[in-house]
Design a protein around this ligand. Structure first.
Ligand SMILES: [Zn+2]
Length: 54
């Protein structure tokens, strides 16, 4: 499955997250930002940036 990073617009390889589900935290391997999965459908994943200021 492929996620398009909302920050850098690159494709993120999620093969290292075999049990990916909504709410999981993933990391963009291009820009290094932390993302939370918002939806998964038909092999397409949407995620949003997690505020790292906490
Ligand atoms: Zn990115």
């Amino acid at each position: 499955m492929i996620l398009i990073c909302p920050e850098c617009k690159n494709e993120v390889n999620l093969s290292s997250y075999p049990n990916l589900d909504i709410g999981h935290i993933v990391e963009c391997d291009v820009c290094g930002i932390t993302l939370q999965v918002k939806s998964i459908s038909e092999g397409k994943i949407e995620a949003e940036v997690v505020d790292e200021g906490k």
